[in-house]
Design a binder for this molecule. Structure first.
Ligand code: NAD
Length: 427
């Protein structure tokens, strides 16, 4: 008999619950691996979940309490690794799912890490820089008993950035009384960051697109691309794809999308975004709704915003031949099945967006060595990791006659299960 999470998955099934979406893919892969019920329960269940209350002095003199989470899904292959997200809709099941996806992602690209994730319920657009700094420092202090270069190493995620990571590093270092750069990745270069980290997720998405195009016999110059989200992953991904000759016909942000059939001038769009903080008002394109964007005529769709974007509600309107997932969990499990039936190839999140954690791993290694690599070395090692992982996943998918997503889960879960078999249960 299984406990906790398996029962929850059976009784509260919900397309938009990311943890259940992860659990559904997990079961499919576990069936292929022939894992018994007990091992499934161990591997699916988060090892540790911490909820913290964060009292913060606001600029207007008031005191507010925010809620934060850190979930450590699995330590079997090494310290937990995973971002910190600031958003109003953060919830525990989302953080659990993101932590589990990090376990599988690190395993797919064979990094010596488990998976973790953190989140704070807040609307960063409503907070001043000072409030954000106090919130980040208090959150770090509240979870620091479970952090550390050998325990759990956070990184940026939605609405957190290099500055946030600098505050995390400083707060941790002040508490342990020594500068500990390897406690966090995605730091500024001057604080032990790695060259190439900012662009790494977008660059990894670009390598995934390149290899997938080869498989489908498509060429960049004749591929029209729709990119959802214009942040670290979407904005940089669009820029790198544009440089490789793809025609980016649409980009979007939280407030809406822009479309130009002849192709967008991506550097110009990014300049506009930097200055105006939103795509609204950009002149050299037609403005459309976010829903319309996903239904545009295109060859390649790169969802790079957030979870639950391609769902049972809109999957029939997707026209792309290929989807490369820049975001975590952008496709729900029912939508996945519909895409597979229609023969639309999906390069899954746990492979396609693994470039970020790969260069985070390089950053952690460089911090621990105290020796820093050139950008060329970082980028070529990233390329090696992404390309070899792509073909390992492809090989696994072919071997089992399944989609690339299930192939990636089989590869990832199989590696973690093997370590579990070797290590056994500590008592
Ligand atoms: P970000 O905050 O830099 O950018 C998010 C972008 O998505 C913004 O342009 C925002 O306006 C847009 N957006 C948000 N909701 C949207 C919606 N409903 N429709 C259209 N646009 C929307 O975040 P990011 O770091 O680029 O992360 C994006 C996704 O990629 C997340 O799922 C994140 O977990 C995942 N991811 C990020 C990294 C990384 O290194 N940053 C690595 C792996 C995966």
């Amino acid at each position: 008999m299984t406990t906790g999470y398996a029962v929850a998955a059976a009784t509260e099934r919900d397309e938009f619950n990311p943890f259940l979406a992860m659990a559904e893919r997990f079961e499919l892969a576990a069936d292929h691996l022939g894992l018994d019920a007990g091992v499934r329960d161990v591997l699916r269940t988060p090892d540790r979940e911490l909820t913290v209350s964060l009292p913060i002095h606001m600029d207007d003199g008031s005191l507010r309490v925010f809620k934060g989470y850190r979930v450590q899904h699995n330590f079997l292959r090494g310290p937990c690794k995973g971002g910190i997200r600031f958003a109003p809709d953060v919830h525990l099941d989302e953080v659990r799912a993101l932590a589990a996806w990090m376990t599988w992602k690190c395993s797919v690209v064979a990094l010596p890490f488990g998976g973790g994730k953190g989140g704070v319920i807040c609307d960063p657009r409503q907070l001043s820089l000072g409030e954000l700094e106090r919130l980040t420092r208090r959150y770090t202090a509240s979870i620091m008993d479970i952090l550390g270069p050998d325990r759990d190493v956070p990184a940026p995620d939605m609405n957190t950035n290099e500055q946030t990571m600098a505050w995390v590093m400083d707060t941790y270092s002040m508490h342990v009384r020594r500068t500990t750069t390897a406690v966090v990745t995605g730091k500024p270069l001057s604080l032990g960051g790695s060259k190439g980290r900012t662009e790494a997720t977008g660059r990894g998405v670009m390598f995934s697109c390149r290899e997938a195009l080869k498989k489908l016999g498509m060429r960049p110059e004749s591929s029209r691309v729709v990119v959802q989200g214009s942040g670290n992953v979407g904005g940089i991904g669009a820029m790198l794809l544009h440089r490789e000759g793809y025609k980016i016909v649409s980009m979007s942000d939280l407030y809406g999308a822009i479309h130009n059939k002849r192709g967008l001038d991506v550097p110009d769009v990014l300049r506009w975004l930097k200055e105006h903080k939103a795509l609204e008002g950009y002149a050299a394109a037609e403005h459309i709704d976010n829903d319309e964007q996903l239904a545009l005529e295109c060859d390649l769709l790169v969802p790079a915003a957030t979870e639950n974007q391609i769902t049972s509600q809109n999957v029939d309107r997707i026209k792309a031949r290929l989807i490369v997932e820049g975001a975590n969990g952008p496709t729900t499990a029912p939508a996945d099945r519909a895409l597979e039936e229609r023969g639309i190839m999906v390069v899954p999140d746990i492979l396609a967006n693994a470039g970020g954690v790969t260069v985070s791993y390089f950053e952690w290694v460089q911090d621990r060595m105290g020796y820093f690599w050139t950008e060329d070395i970082v980028n070529s090692r990233l390329e090696q990791t992404m390309v070899s992982s792509f073909y390992e996943v492809d090989g696994m998918a072919k071997k089992h006659g399944v989609s690339m997503r299930t192939g990636a889960y089989i590869l990832a879960i199989g590696r973690v299960a093997e370590v579990y078999r070797l290590r056994g249960v500590f008592a």
